[in-house]
Ligand binder design. Structure first.
Ligand SMILES: [Zn+2]
Length: 438
């Protein structure tokens, strides 16, 4: 395993993901035959990934990095140039010779917005069409206000404020993606079930009206898997798990280049698998879930068990607690209770990851989410040790555990990536493989 070359940060999913199907679509057991159109679309996606990944590149380099023939690359690049998705810049290499044509994403093609709706905040992030972050805006959410109308209005207002801050209008935006923590169903009669919010099949037609732009909704775990696939380790690995550590805990899973969705688009709820039989009560109602130990409130519970009188034990807000924990861990004065809390958290995390790795067999596991940004580097070495010690023989051979290199809010980045994909599908440039479009 290699340590992360970079510090910590944040989460998205694309058409390489398993197609989201509604109940009227092809049964998942039936694998449709690939058509020439699908294959063409895959070539386009490969080329797009490669251009995004490289920043600036050439046709020859694209042929090398994608494994496509130069003739195919030339054709696909021509189509993407014609649609204004990528652009060509002339660069002279050295003082003699013809200028080399460099290719890059066309940043001016339009803006996309990704929104992460979490328990304690709504974060809206604006990107250009090359997925460079331009601006972000965050509204605090009262974690106790859960009625759908208030949540929808909070989302709409946050988007309005982002656009105002950026000085742009809705006409400049290609689309908006929203990650909601629940079971996303659709695309007909789109509804969202959020068990923790006691939402049961909430129809979100009024969200579409409030947003007033092409809209994609996705689960955060699929969003972080998309971010990792397009912008992180997915560039060089085809099977990976990306672990979101925040209030909740979950895994975005990519298997052989495809995002794992499962029968009802809920795959990855690893946070609610069992770590301790008859253990701590989880907010899902079960006892002993992984999340009850390594979700932010679970980490605070660990500190309470170690040192009930510790000044951090009673902090009200979970974000404040995790940041305070990080500040003490980063500080010059060792605090035995904090060190013990981090050690025990790494023990829980490594043990739970050992099970996940045994089932999924990824090449790499990445850590993401706001708890990771705060204390991920403190957790890494011990977590890795426990993961290796507890994994069944063979299942961790060669697996890497690293902090994700996807920076910023990876949920927002991921859902913005889905929006970009959706736009490309609607423009006829990719075959539809995208999840829920409202
Ligand atoms: Zn649970």
């Amino acid at each position: 395993m290699t340590p992360s070359p970079e510090p910590i940060q944040g989460r998205p999913e694309p058409s390489t993901g398993e197609p989201w199907r509604d109940s009227s679509s092809t049964p998942s057991a039936v694998v449709p035959r690939r058509t020439a159109r699908d294959i063409r679309s895959d070539s386009r996606l490969d080329v797009l990934h490669a251009v995004l990944s490289a920043g600036e590149t050439t046709r020859n380099a694209l042929a090398q990095s994608t494994g496509l023939s130069l003739a195919t690359v030339v054709t696909v690049v021509g189509e993407l140039l014609a649609e204004g998705i990528i652009e060509e810049r002339k660069v002279t290499a050295g003082r003699i010779g013809r200028p080399t044509a460099m290719l890059g994403m066309n940043k001016a093609r339009g803006l996309v917005v990704g929104m992460d709706v979490a328990e304690t905040y709504v974060r809206a992030v604006m990107f250009d069409a090359a997925l460079n972050e331009i601006l972000s805006f965050e509204s605090a959410r009262d974690e106790h206000v859960l009625d759908p109308d208030s949540v929808v209005e909070g989302i709409g207002r946050t988007l309005d404020q982002l656009l105002e801050k950026a000085g742009v209008s809705r006409a400049d935006v290609l689309g908006v993606g929203i990650a909601l923590p629940g079971i996303i169903q659709g695309p007909q009669g789109v509804s969202v079930i959020v068990p923790h919010w006691t939402w049961q099949t909430v129809e979100l037609e009024h969200l579409r009206e409030r947003i007033g732009l092409p809209l994609v909704i996705e689960n955060p775990l699929k969003s972080i898997a998309t971010a990792e696939l397009w912008l992180g380790r997915g560039r060089s690995y085809s099977s990976l798990a990306t672990i979101n550590l925040g209030t909740g805990v979950g895994a975005g899973i990519v298997l052989e280049g495809r995002i794992l969705r499962g029968a009802t688009n809920t795959a990855g709820e690893w946070g609610h698998t069992l770590l301790v039989l008859d253990g701590r009560r989880c907010r899902c109602g079960r006892h002993g879930c992984v999340e009850a130990y390594i979700g932010a409130p679970g980490i605070q519970q660990t500190l309470r068990e170690i040192a009930p009188q510790h000044p951090l034990a009673d902090l009200d807000m979970q974000n404040d607690f995790i940041l305070a924990l990080a500040a003490v861990a980063d500080g010059p004065e060792p605090d035995p209770a904090v060190l013990e809390t981090i050690d025990r958290t790494a023990y829980y995390l490594g043990s739970a990851l050992a099970d996940l790795v045994a089932v999924v067999n990824p090449e790499v596991v990445t850590l993401t989410g706001w708890t990771t940004w705060a204390i991920g580097e403190h957790l890494l070495a011990a977590t890795r040790k426990h993961l290796l010690e507890q994994s069944p023989a063979g299942s961790t051979r060669g697996v890497e555990l690293v902090v994700s290199t996807v920076r910023g809010n990876s949920v927002a980045t991921g859902i913005a990536t889905v929006v970009l994909e959706r736009f490309l599908v609607d423009a006829g440039l990719l075959t539809s493989n995208i999840p829920v479009a409202l």
